[in-house]
Design a protein around this ligand. Structure first.
Ligand code: PLP
Length: 423
């Protein structure tokens, strides 16, 4: 019998066969940066003669260092010859980069992470956003508050967050970090499955002392949780009692995944390269009474959905580990450290309480009594033509703070300080 032609089927547009993933509709619009842009545009229109300086910028401003530029040129030339051309690379990244990372970032610090535990990618944001999908859809998530929004929103998309009430997702455990607890989150009262920790922290610029990090690793070992440890600002650590990697804590290799990036370490925000460490000994429940290696699952996910970071970019990232590469990126980070130091001193001289800025490019300022994050934002804009980021935009516990960044040029930072002094 002849089948009815497909165009004789009822009109699909009327029956709405295809439904969007409703979790995406739950996402709260991030009004923060839109609001800031709108207010700055209005200010500029009213005061065209004033040059506005942004201390809200979360991107690097210094160019790539010469070692990286040379590596890029050389890799581009390789792509021009059939004998050295590279097509699809390994999904996990090239061995030359995975080995350089294992050796320089881990083995040099006596951490037993192998090249095979390292997955190269095009950014920590994508890895942090993607990693949650290999866990159960009912998993309970804990985040610090204030928080880098990717951790929360990617779990909202996955349907793990519940409903949004009183500025919080009801199924997410929030761990407030304020000056009252010295920005060290307390252990949660109910057990999460996944814990996102970010140190050095964005937005507060604060760090966890080694003992506090050990408390979290011990908790995860005891309660069988997984820590997703975002260490995108590791290169800014200066204090000796701050771990460069969570795997400096014994047992962390059984409970933690570590995310690192070349973005803020070596100015790769536009080039895109990062890596995620999933140690061999990290196992989770398979839901059938047994355990499964997380690394194997992540590998399977990457091989299915990702085709690898470009060869030329991985060559550029490898050049960061050469002697000259290391010296050159250190010089750039010094510029940002000096900006942070001068900014912090100027704010303290204004009588403000200042946190962070030593082991991170971010300064977290407690605004004067009785004013809000937005009050302070308006004051800086109106009186000094400076832009900061209201802390409340990063979560409820960020109210009463603003974030300033050290990523501006040396000259702009110096001028911003001069304007603040005159306030
Ligand atoms: N994690 C944190 C805490 C960040 O602040 C950022 C970028 O601002 C990232 C991750 C993203 O890094 P990437 O540029 O590698 O995607």
């Amino acid at each position: 019998m002849l089948q009815a032609p497909i165009f004789n089927l009822p009109k699909q547009a009327e029956v709405h066969v295809t439904k969007v993933n409703g979790n995406f509709l739950k996402l709260q619009s991030n009004y923060l940066f839109v609001d800031i842009a709108r207010k700055v545009a209005a200010f500029k229109e009213k005061h065209p003669e004033k040059r506005v300086i942004s201390l809200g910028i979360g991107d690097v401003t210094q160019p790539l260092v010469p070692a990286v530029i040379s590596a890029l040129h050389a890799a581009v030339d390789e792509m021009a010859q059939s004998s050295t051309f590279h097509g699809y690379g390994p999904e996990q990244g090239y061995a030359f980069l995975r080995e350089a990372i294992a050796q320089h970032d881990y083995q040099k610090r006596n951490i037993a992470i192998k090249a095979d535990d390292i997955f190269i990618s095009d950014g920590a944001k994508s890895d942090l956003g993607n990693f949650q999908e290999i866990f159960d859809s009912e998993a309970i998530v804990a985040v610090t508050d204030p928080v880098y929004p990717v951790y929360v929103d990617s779990n909202v998309m996955a349907g793990r967050a519940g409903t949004f009430e009183d500025a919080r997702w009801q199924r997410i455990i929030y761990l407030p970090c304020t000056k009252e607890n010295a920005f060290v989150p307390e252990l949660p009262k109910t057990k999460p499955d996944l814990i996102y920790l970010c140190y050095p922290n964005n937005p507060t610029g604060t760090v966890l002392p080694k003992e506090a990090l050990k408390t979290w690793v011990d908790y995860a070992l005891r309660e069988h949780c997984v820590i997703l440890y975002d260490s995108a600002y590791e290169a800014y650590i200066q204090d000796a009692n701050v771990c460069h990697s969570i795997y400096e804590i014994p047992g962390a290799e059984q409970v933690a995944v570590e995310f690192r990036s070349f973005s803020k370490t070596a100015g790769f925000t536009g080039l895109r390269c990062a890596y995620t460490v999933v140690p061999e000994s990290l196992q989770v429940q398979d839901g059938k009474g047994g355990n499964v290696q997380l690394k194997a699952i992540w590998n399977r996910r990457q091989c299915t959905k990702y085709n690898g970071c470009p060869y030329i970019v991985q060559k550029a990232a490898a050049s960061v580990y050469t002697q000259e590469g290391q010296q050159q990126i250190k010089n750039v980070i010094n510029i940002y450290h000096n900006n942070a130091k001068s900014l912090a001193q100027a704010l303290q001289a204004m009588g403000l309480e200042v946190y962070g800025g030593v082991n991170a490019p971010y300064i977290w300022v407690h605004v004067p009594q009785k004013s809000t994050s937005w009050d302070f934002f308006h004051q800086l804009l109106e009186q000094a033509a400076l832009i900061c980021t209201p802390g409340v935009g990063f979560g409820k516990s960020g109210e009463g703070y603003v974030r300033l960044t050290a990523f501006g040029s040396k000259e702009d930072t110096a001028e911003a300080i001069e304007r603040m002094r005159k306030l």
